[in-house]
Design a protein around this ligand. Structure first.
Ligand code: PHE
Length: 350
């Protein structure tokens, strides 16, 4: 081995390395190349170990050439590495391209259920008339659901409101009227009492197109000095116009409830025919929507409002019935089936 042989070997080596480097496709191959040409067991390292066997005059030059070769290889490696990274990046940008002009994926949005909508809407109307909103328990004492509403244990009015009993004295409330009693007891004689009570109620009814064993009511109660039946009618007219439009009118027919006297069934002018008579109103021009009346003196006296001083009115409406009428839905069961074809027709507000 002499300087010339070493120089030739380095040259061949460098050329071979450079050719090889051109073939490199990825980082793994580049690393293999680095180990092969610049690693401890590489040809350059082997050659540098042989420098010692050269003569004194040749040794510095030999070292210099070896370093030069090594340097050339290192620079080539760095350049190759840069090029490789760049092309990998380009490929990634190409394959992971994002089209920012595509419309985004929409998340399905919920809507307020028609029953809740009606409740909110009616609440707004009565809030505007100075009422507050209260809610009561669905599992109710017999005393509140019946007895304090002037319906004793053996009263025939109980037949129409049979329900689910938990014990002899505890039942699923059949109407929101027990909240009349609870509200007045809580107010303890203070006036005026002006409250509306939305909530779920239960009856021992067979489910069909117009009945459900669980449904919703909104109770209304106003008690003060000098409240008259005309106040009831005016209030209900205000409600009918707000919910069903300016042409609306209500009609009171004599009726009976044990806890009101006098009592009335309240009809809405038929929203389908405007009063001329059609199938929906059975040719009468009117549709029954709620029960109402003047709070019975027994009820008032029973909760500490002296019926010689105070008077009041109460009403109870079926929310489902109003929803069916307002939205033209034909079967009450559709309100409970969560069929998106129905629910999707309501404005999405979340
Ligand atoms: N609670 C009665 C019912 O469910 C309705 C009603 C409420 C009647 C208030 C008069 C006064 O049928």
């Amino acid at each position: 081995m002499d300087l010339q042989m070493l120089t030739d070997a380095l040259k061949t080596l460098e050329q071979g390395a450079m050719n090889q480097l051109k073939q490199v496709q990825n980082e793994a191959e580049l690393e293999q190349w680095r180990v092969a040409y610049l690693g401890k067991k590489s040809a350059v390292s082997t050659l540098s170990r042989q420098v010692g066997s050269l003569g004194d005059s040749e040794r510095p030059l030999a070292g210099e050439r070896i370093n030069k070769t090594r340097q050339a290889l290192q620079e080539a490696l760095a350049t190759a590495k840069g090029t490789l990274e760049e092309s990998l990046l380009l490929r990634r940008l190409e394959t992971q391209r994002v089209d920012i002009t595509l419309p985004g994926r929409r998340h399905p949005r919920g809507a307020i259920h028609p029953i809740s909508r009606i409740i909110h809407e009616i609440e707004e109307v009565f809030l505007g008339m100075g009422y507050t909103i209260a809610e009561g328990p669905e599992v109710e004492l017999d005393a509140f659901n019946f007895e304090k509403l002037n319906i004793p244990k053996d009263h025939p009015a109980r037949d129409m409101q049979d329900t689910f009993y938990l014990t002899d004295n505890l039942l699923m409330r059949t109407h929101t009227s027990p909240m009349q009693v609870r509200t007045m007891e809580k107010m303890a004689g203070a006036s005026p009492v002006k409250v509306i009570v939305p909530g779920r109620v239960y009856r021992r009814d067979e489910d069909d197109a117009t009945h459900s064993h669980a449904f919703h009511q909104i109770e209304g109660l106003a008690v003060d000095k000098g409240i008259r039946m005309s106040d009831l009618k005016g209030t209900l007219e205000e409600f009918a116009v707000a919910v069903f439009g300016p042409q609306q009118a209500v009609r009171l027919r004599p009726s009976f409830f044990p806890f009101t006297e006098p009592s009335a069934e309240v009809d809405l002018r038929c929203i389908a025919c405007g009063g001329s008579g059609c199938r929906m109103c059975k040719e009468t021009g009117w549709i029954e929507i709620l029960g109402a009346g003047m709070v019975h003196p027994h009820v008032l006296d029973g909760v500490g409002y002296d019926s010689r001083i105070f008077s009041g009115f109460a009403f109870g409406m079926g929310v489902e019935r109003i929803a069916l009428l307002k939205y033209g839905i034909e079967d009450i069961r559709m309100l409970y089936q969560n069929d998106l074809r129905l629910l999707e027709q309501f404005e999405r507000i979340f």
